[in-house]
Design a protein around this ligand. Sequence first.
Ligand SMILES: C[S@@+](CC[C@H](N)C(=O)[O-])C[C@H]1O[C@@H](n2cnc3c(N)ncnc32)[C@H](O)[C@@H]1O
Length: 184
Amino acid sequence: MVLKVEPVVECVEAVRSLASEPGHLVMLTPHGRKLEQSVVEELATKKRLILLCGRYEGFDERVRQILTPDEISIGDYILGGGEVAAMVIVDAVARLVPGVLGDEESNRQDSFSGQRRLLEFSQYTRPREYRGLSVPDVLISGNHRQIADWRDRESALKTQQQRADLWANKQTRSQDINNETKGT
Ligand SMILES: C[S@@+](CC[C@H](N)C(=O)[O-])C[C@H]1O[C@@H](n2cnc3c(N)ncnc32)[C@H](O)[C@@H]1O
């Protein structure tokens, strides 16, 4: 079963006409560009998003041709429908809307975010010791410079150990920046 072209196109046109801002149309599809934090950040800059979810075998190809949506996939697997994928986008984008998080700084420190785009450093809370495992001394030292250095090192180490692909990307990006600076 394939979703027909006329009702989908006309529905999107009707929704668009409801506001002065036509809205950025996202089609949830396994054929789209992969959702990553950088894509979430891009979507968060849009004034209005319209999320188009498929079901069954997906959309008649002409929906894509007529509406030219921003096609986005949440990963290389098949869901029963686009609704859950749309919820993923809503949740990830909403966190970036000013005022949604209590502390905006945490957005910049989160995994895949900020300048570094690495995994976040390990987090601890009370108790100070549990089953022989302790919170690292530096974190309770009160020395902000040392804590920041520890977090930077921890974040780099974690990324190298758990996401070698992210680490390799970062090395490539740094190399590109160096080459640009040197004019090569
Ligand atoms: C069962 S899927 C259709 C799969 C399609 N026949 C194919 O093989 O590419 C039905 C709908 O779920 C949504 N969907 C499934 N997997 C998705 C993914 N990885 N990312 C985003 N949306 C997905 C899309 O909206 C799609 O139209």
